[in-house]
Design a protein. Structure first.
Length: 483
């Protein structure tokens, strides 16, 4: 009676705890709050970012950033890279999980049941002297102990699964490299774009200064009676337009800073300043295009990842083939079993089991055919990827060449426009040209300078994209400043 009472109490308490646990909301059942993923709400600066990029969003003083520092900050802060690193870590844990199949599995179990069953035994139970009955129970059944199982042979399935997990981990590693190179290119684009915005702002202010000088010149000529009021009014309009250009250029600088912060994985409103320096100019004719094709085939991390995905698919096919073979396991258990709450009778077993599936409704053959088609798909995709990479190199080299020629032509254009501006001002000052001639030369110079700024930015972006197409990461040594 005490045993039954204790058992009832245990199960009532267990039921209460189970009900409470079932009614309690788990953390994964609650919708996450957006606040836990928000960047710092107060704009901060980048002191120490060049040396410790992990502290880029918590520092407290201003510092000019080089392109190297911006790339290091992006590699530490950009959420895309963090997501890729977590994916690689998950793939490595999958390798560890695949290795678990080579170890024995041990379980600890405890059970209780109350049962009544019919025993199909000749003459009943208990022999001639005992009660003649064919019913067992009702009775309590308490058991507890250890059980173990060790897979000895599985026709190569564990080996194939482990090889597939390793291949997927290697593919994840090279996919991480791809993301790193993409982030690097994104930072380069944002960095050069911000430099271009600074240069455009500088030119806009120079044009404003020139317009103000021309206004003063027109006013002086009007004061001495050699110019009309219309010239002064036209110059004032030009000054107002140049002031508006400065406002627009300042806005482009603000947007450029936000874009660079975003590329680095930082809040766009964070205050920063960059070093005003551009890498050296490299003529496209110094590049061997055939060597670029070869280096891309060896360096592009996308190709390396694709090769490992093919290896993983081949391993999956091998694992599917192993399902047609036998499986050999060693099994054993040891414990106690009794009709009382604390069992005393020993209960153990040991043996070896062999399993060979004969018919599974064509599931194994269907799975094998599916995996073979997926392998063929991966092989077709890598052939397509090779063609795409070669086309990417060809296109980026063409843009690189075009940008270089455009930049050289723009430099000549600016030089000639400045000389034309100087001559027009001198002629207007001595009364040998009109205000229209002066304004036309000023407009031509402003347009030429804008074209040069855009051409320089296009060149550096095209060069960075060409290096990325070859599979090379940014190298500060090869990108030293200078012309």
């Amino acid at each position: 009676m005490n045993v039954k009472r204790n058992t009832s109490v245990i199960f009532i308490v267990s039921a209460v705890f189970a009900l409470a646990a079932g009614c309690t909301e788990r953390h994964y059942e609650r919708s996450p709050s957006i606040n836990q993923y928000m960047p710092p709400s107060v704009p901060v600066s980048l002191e120490g970012a060049a040396e410790k990029p992990e502290q880029a969003n918590t520092a407290a003083a201003d510092k000019d950033l080089t392109l190297d520092a911006c790339i290091r900050i992006a590699q530490a802060q950009n959420p895309l890279l963090q997501a890729s690193r977590e994916g690689l870590a998950a793939a490595n844990y999958a390798v560890q999980g695949a290795k678990s199949g080579y170890y024995p599995h041990v379980n600890l179990a405890a059970d209780y049941r109350r049962f009544q069953s019919h025993a199909f035994l000749p003459g009943g139970l208990g022999g001639a002297a005992g009660p003649q009955t064919s019913v067992i129970g009702p009775t309590n059944d308490y058991s507890g102990g250890l059980s173990a199982q060790w897979l000895l042979f599985d026709s190569g399935r564990r080996r194939a699964q482990l090889a597939s997990a390793k291949a997927n981990a290697n593919a994840s590693k090279y996919e991480l490299e791809t993301v790193e190179q993409d982030i690097t290119l994104m930072v380069q684009q944002a960095y050069y774009s911000l430099l271009s915005a600074y240069e455009a702002l500088k030119i806009a202010r120079e044009n404003q200064t020139r317009a103000q000088d021309h206004l003063s010149l027109a006013q002086q000529r009007k004061d001495v009676g050699v110019a009309v009021e219309a010239d002064v009014l036209r110059m004032r309009v030009e000054v107002a337009e140049r002031r508006l250009s400065v406002v627009r250029a300042e806005n482009l600088v603000r947007i450029g800073k936000g874009n660079l912060n975003t590329a680095m994985g930082l809040p766009p409103e964070l205050e920063l300043e960059i070093v005003d320096a551009l890498p050296r100019i490299i003529p496209p004719e110094t590049v061997d295009l055939n060597e670029s094709f070869k280096s891309a085939m060896m360096q592009r991390s996308e190709l390396k990842a694709a090769l490992h995905r093919i290896t993983g698919s081949q391993s999956d096919v091998a694992a599917a083939k192993s399902d047609f073979g036998p499986v050999l396991r060693a099994i054993g258990s040891y414990g106690l079993r009794d009709s009382e709450f604390w069992p005393h009778d020993k209960d153990w077993s040991a043996g070896i089991g062999v399993e060979l599936p004969l018919f599974t409704g064509f599931e194994r053959s269907s799975q094998l055919n599916r995996l073979r088609r997926e392998l063929a798909r991966e092989e077709a995709l890598i052939r397509r990827l090779i063609i795409t990479i070669r086309q990417e190199i060809w296109t980026s080299y063409s843009h690189f060449t075009e940008a270089f020629e455009e930049m050289k032509a723009s430099q000549t254009l600016v030089k000639d426009a400045r000389e034309s501006m100087r001559l027009a001002r001198e002629r207007y000052q001595v009364g040998k040209s009109t205000a229209t001639d002066l304004l036309d030369s000023q407009t031509a110079l402003s347009r030429a300078e804008s074209v040069l700024v855009e051409a320089q930015w296009n060149y550096h972006i095209a060069k960075a994209a060409f290096e990325r197409s070859k599979g090379f990461a940014y190298n500060s040594d090869s990108a030293a400043a200078g012309d």
